[in-house]
Design a protein around this ligand. Sequence first.
Ligand code: ADP
Length: 491
Amino acid sequence: MYIVQIASECAPVIKAGGLGDVVYGLSRELENSGHCVEVILPKYDCMRYDHIWGLHEAYRDLAVPWYGGEILCDVLCGWVHGQLCFFIEPRSQDNFFNRGCYYGCNDDNMRFAFFSKAALEFLLRSNKRPDVIHCHDWQTGLVPVMLFEIYKYNWMEYQRVCYTIHNFKHQGMGGSDILQATGLHRPDYYFDYDRLRDNFNPFAINFMKGGIVYSNFVTTVSPHHAWEAHLGEFGYGLGHTLHLYQEKFRGVLNGIDYDVWNPETDGYIPHHYTKDDLAGKAKTKKALRDRLLLRDADKPIITFIGRLDDQKGVHLVHHAIYYSLSKGAQFVLLGSATEAGINAHFQHERQFLNDNPDCHLELGFNEELSHLIYAGGDMIVVPSNYEPCGLTQMIGLRYGTVPVVRGVGGLVNTVFDRDYDTRHLPEERNGYVFYQSDYGALESALDRAIGLWYDYHDEFEKLRLQGMNCDNSWKYPAKDYVEIYELIRHK
Ligand code: ADP
């Protein structure tokens, strides 16, 4: 099959979180199993150009209709670690993608509405006719809307769309100006509850709702989160829409790229290891301590890696630091906060704990350091309020770092409690799970993990290996996606 992914991220060239990992990892797996995959992305000024090979012009002066006029774009093309990617660069005063950031601008809805339009226009003008267009999250929710309302009538009638939602919280809202700009005329038609009108704000169109309504198939990133979004509170107002379209909605668990995340070959860690020989992990733990100036002591290292925002359960992250220290463990945090208040809080904590030889808080985004932490840590804590899939626990498992997680979303599908899980055999269990989002629940899970490390070390090592035995590669999820593509292709 010929598959084109349209997305706002693709790791490692553009990565703000898990979305980037998924777009890259899934594309590679699909290509390795014989499909042809291309990725269309915005050309941001701040992306990691050092991860692109052979960047060259692929299409000059692409005229993208916009507000009755047009914006000229150049499309560049290059390989990101073997993956063919196209980067759209508009030449307009709006400067859509030269903002020094990927997200967080007041006109994000316009920026990504434009990107979606430009991506379709590029397919049209360059005569690309993929079997399936796979788009992701609110940023590309208007792709299926425009495809089936406009481009279908312009020689793109056989294309099908699979739409994957990675985070229901951010849905992309706009007014009639978005419709006008993108050429979706007839506001009355689109401002209908059956189409784009937001379920709660009658004055707004909702990009993600449009994605759900118009796509041929909709997925979210884990089976448990599919249930939570449809029937629980985590659909953030789209539960009813999902209910209407439940026949074409499914949860497909994300994988991680086993070539990128591989303790046997990882270029960012100083000592390699396998599940048959963990000596390199012990040496990497020492290297992590040396790098972060932690004392060399007979203690477990508990880690946290992730965005510091409300979704990730920051109050529990904060508590995990102090509780772990009080229980004789060391703690390493790598996190980036976009919200000023949360950032200030952790900056303050960082200063406060600066001289503590058992703790290091690193604020910011650092891919290389993240690999060292996954490899050098003993446990990784993921106390999220909600977590559509979560990659850090899967990466932890791959590196023999035992996850301690809250039982929500994809964490339920990937981490099985060593002591209490009833659905898996003892040898299939791989971590610790707690359910409530209060201190007591977190403490009891951490107690069990730290207690095992100190008192039954052999058992802890066994648990580590059981985690390393799990298969969270893209092998199975990619098969699920191919099945979905086949299904919609023949409709
Ligand atoms: P989300 O997509 O909600 O941010 P995920 O767990 O799905 O969370 O994916 C997070 C990805 O981003 C992982 O690959 C993780 O290693 C990476 N990551 C998150 N924060 C940082 C950071 N501060 N530095 C480096 N990598 C990070």
